[in-house]
Design a protein around this ligand. Structure first.
Ligand code: GLU
Length: 453
């Protein structure tokens, strides 16, 4: 059976770094096993879902290079949810409820006040037929809850957290449908996972108790013979829940919730840096500037994920970004480079960059004009000698410094620094052996001459 994973964002906002991590891990899991990765838009909440967010989600995933094999949308699957609802209701696993939001809130407060967990008391389940009819005659439209089975503990072997056990009696029967007929997250998600043959559900640990509920929904649907053709075996997916992502200070930070692809792009962070960091963060594997996705996919292993919150540090991301930029091939950055900058130019300048956008500043050292510092009389004489000694070859820098070393007896800083300053106007920067051929013979001689004057 091949692996099928899904990333199921609700299009009620932009993706943030936590969502990106979930998407990445599901993508990697599918790739690791030669399976399929589904982008599923969880848009049952018509009021909060926006088409612009659907488009932004697609654009962000595309920018990150996380390609999906198929796209599904919950809003296109409403008849399927209706069928599941009917099947569960006929099986006695869904019941109508009449409490208002205020009444539920009062019940919650009373329970909490008594030191009890705020679990729904199933008052509506106990209503007689006549009492229900009376509520409806009053014009109260019911919302609907799924009836949890309290008999057996709910267990699963979590791919990250290990053996899990939940007592259903400690959970509220979840509301799965609102009074206006619209759907809440819980049941459609399970129906989709069945219909789409999802083999692995990998998501954040904030969904652990949802999984307990959804396992019962799966089981109830299967008992009611509700299975899609591609899932005739009535399998439950394997579940795994990742520890949450926290900020550097170890807390769930507001900042992470608003940090997304736009912010990364504006700061010149490469998708490969984000991928390299998020692929390994929170695992026992080292975070390294690995630009080769195949290598990251190859090493992806749920067993290496830890239970402790994963700390996202923006400084780590910057460091990783620089190391990734130093590896980027010309073809992948060509369009973002200043005009005229060729492959040799990129290779010369790339080691100096923290961000690709800085290439222009360094390229100006080649194209000029440059600002030279004031030189001492002694250095001016030295540079005059250099202008004469300059000879063009495969390696003009090696030849120039070799001959000047011999003729002047200078070495180290005294040999190199005035030349670098005269040729680039800077006292640090790209390797001169690579830079000098790019500056060219005529310009180089002119710069040395000007500095000597
Ligand atoms: N739409 C849900 C969310 O964004 C999906 C959760 C899931 O993976 O099932 O939290």
């Amino acid at each position: 059976m091949s692996t099928i994973t899904r990333f199921a964002p609700s299009p009620t906002g932009r993706l943030h770094v936590g969502n990106i991590r979930t998407a990445l891990h599901n993508w990697m899991l599918a790739k690791r096993h030669g399976g399929a990765f589904i982008l599923r838009i969880d848009d049952t909440d018509a009021e909060r879902s926006r088409e612009e967010y659907v488009e932004a989600i697609r654009a962000d995933l595309a920018w990150l290079g996380l390609d999906w094999d198929r796209e599904e949308r919950q809003s296109a699957r409403l008849t399927r949810y209706e069928a599941a609802f009917t099947a569960l209701r006929d099986a006695g696993r869904i019941y109508p409820c009449y409490e208002s939001a205020q009444e539920l809130e009062v019940k919650r407060k009373i329970a909490l006040g008594r030191g009890l967990p705020p679990i729904y008391d199933r008052a509506s389940l106990k209503l007689t037929e006549a009492e229900r009819a009376a509520k409806e005659a009053e014009g109260i439209a019911p919302h609907w809850r799924f009836l949890l089975d309290h008999a057996e503990p709910i267990t699963w072997d979590d791919g990250i957290r290990g053996a899990q056990k939940f007592d259903a009696a400690q959970l509220s029967d979840p509301v799965i449908r609102r009074a206006d007929g619209s759907w809440l997250y819980m049941m459609p998600s399970a129906v989709d996972d069945i219909d789409m043959g999802i083999t692995q559900v990998l998501r954040g640990e904030d969904h652990v108790s949802n999984t307990a509920v959804q396992i019962q929904i799966f089981t109830a649907l299967y008992a009611a013979d509700f299975a899609a053709a591609q899932n005739a075996a009535k399998l439950l997916p394997a579940f795994a829940h990742e520890a949450l992502l926290v900020g550097r200070e170890g807390k769930l930070s507001k900042r992470l919730g608003s940090l997304g692809c736009d912010a990364f792009r504006e700061r010149g962070i490469e998708p490969e840096a984000i991928i390299a960091l998020l692929a390994r963060l929170g695992t026992s594997q080292p975070v390294e500037p690995i630009a080769d996705r195949a290598a990251l996919i190859e090493s992806f292993d749920l067993a290496s994920f830890g239970r402790a919150p994963a700390k996202f540090d923006e400084e780590d991301l910057e460091r990783l970004n620089a190391a990734i930029v130093h590896q980027l091939p010309f073809a992948s950055v060509e369009e973002r480079l200043p005009s005229g900058m060729d492959e040799a130019g990129w290779h010369a300048i790339r080691p100096n960059l923290a961000h690709v956008a800085e290439a222009g500043e360094w390229w100006r050292l080649v194209t000029g004009p440059i600002d030279q510092p004031e030189f001492t009389a002694e250095d001016r004489a030295y540079l005059a000698e250099a202008a004469v000694a300059l000879q063009w070859s495969e390696d003009p820098w090696g030849a120039l410094t070799g001959s000047l070393k011999e003729s002047t007896g200078r070495k180290g800083r005294g040999l190199f620094l005035p030349l670098r300053q005269a040729l680039t106007g800077m006292d640090h920067g790209p390797d001169m052996g690579e830079l000098l051929p790019l500056i060219g013979e005529v310009e180089a001689r002119a710069r040395l001459g000007r500095a000597a004057a």
